[in-house]
Design a protein around this ligand. Structure first.
Ligand SMILES: [Zn+2]
Length: 371
């Protein structure tokens, strides 16, 4: 028993390694999985591109804000300079007024001394030294008037000094406010710079992720190519059934998407369109384009319900997105035989037939085979 189990497992191992035991359908399914992975990677690449775009937009918006803050700071700096200039000029005014007050004080002191001297000397002395009483009185009166004037002048100077000092205080308050504003704008600017740094890092990360995804896609595309070659090798070696191909969707001739490079309608990335799309309504009859053998009649990932027919001579036709399949794998079909009903299965935006012609495994333009 042990021996048989060993042989069985060995056989299983060998069959998993070799081509024996693997049908075209098995390879086609593998290829289909690979193509599905390629689609997923394409989606991820597309998502990555969108993210990169949004990050770049954020970086641009941050730069606009940073520039705005820098302009504000420059404006505040010039305001600050102007305020500082005004503070210096009021200080100068204050100094001048103080000098004036000092001078006036000295003068007043001198005058008061004279006046007190006169008072000390007494009326009689003044009376005797004065030519007459009128002169004495007028002398005293004049001194009093001058002293009073000096006192008034001093009072005025003190008042104007107070005014200028109040002005200086206001300017110093303004200066404090401007400095505070400048500080808060600088904090905001630094916050923006940090955000920009984060976004730049994110951008670099997305770029490296994208290049990894592109490398993965390349690898999968190479793998898909090798699987296609295997499928091609396993196809019947007989001659081609002959003649031009029959239109696969009788009565429906409008082509909604030709063969060749296009932007994929679902993944929004440049993609080779490997066949033609024919606008066929739900349930429309799909026929074999030529006689041959059904290689596969099954769900094929993004292709949905699909029929592959081998016509010999390395020519294979493919009919995708059907709603119903009318044939099965290995079945012989005649040219014009109904093989499926049109639908919208797999990656499809609406009912249509996706029709492919493969020659020795390579996609060819079906139009050159249909006329
Ligand atoms: Zn298509």
């Amino acid at each position: 028993m042990k021996k048989i189990a060993l042989i069985l497992s060995l056989l299983l191992y060998i069959s998993s390694l070799s081509v024996f035991g693997q049908s075209v359908s098995d390879y086609q399914k593998k290829l289909n999985n690979v193509n599905q992975s390629i689609n997923n990677i394409n989606k991820a690449i597309n998502e990555n591109k969108k993210e990169q775009k949004s990050v770049e937009e954020q970086i641009r918006a941050l730069e606009v804000e940073i520039n705005e803050r820098e302009r504000e700071i420059a404006k505040i700096n010039s305001e600050l300079k102007e305020t500082e200039r005004q503070i210096r000029s009021t200080q100068k005014e204050i100094n001048e007024i103080e000098k004036n007050i000092e001078e006036n004080n000295e003068m007043l002191g001198r005058r008061l001394k004279v006046m007190y001297k006169v008072s000390d000397v007494g009326y009689l002395d003044v009376l005797f030294s004065s030519k007459d009483i009128t002169e004495l009185l007028s002398n005293l009166d004049m001194i009093k008037k001058i002293v009073n004037h000096d006192k008034e002048l001093l009072e005025e100077l003190r008042k104007s000094k107070e005014v200028v000092e109040a002005k200086k205080l206001r300017l110093e308050n303004d200066q404090k406010k401007i400095v505070n504003l400048k500080n808060s704008i600088e904090i905001e600017k630094n916050r923006l710079l940090v955000s920009r740094g984060e976004q730049n890092r994110l951008k670099k990360q997305l770029e490296s992720e994208q290049s990894k995804l592109l490398a993965q896609e390349d690898e999968l595309l190479r793998y898909a190519k090798s699987l296609e070659k295997e499928i091609q090798k396993m196809q019947s070696k007989g001659d081609y059934a002959g003649g031009v191909l029959l239109w696969p969707a009788p009565g429906y001739t409008r082509i909604t998407s030709p063969f060749g490079n296009r932007i994929h309608p679902i993944f929004n990335v440049p993609r080779m369109h490997t066949g033609i799309d024919i606008a066929a309504p739900m349930g429309a009859t799909i026929v074999a384009a030529n006689s041959g053998t059904v290689l596969q009649a099954d769900w094929l990932g993004g292709y949905g319900k699909t029929v592959l027919i081998d016509h010999g001579g390395g020519i294979v036709t493919l009919y995708a997105h059907n709603s119903t399949l009318l044939v099965s794998q290995g079945q012989k079909v005649e040219r014009g035989q109904a093989i499926a009903r049109a639908g919208s299965t797999g990656n499809s935006t609406g009912p249509h037939l996706h029709f492919e012609v493969r020659k020795n495994g390579a996609y060819v333009d079906p139009m050159s085979w249909l006329r």
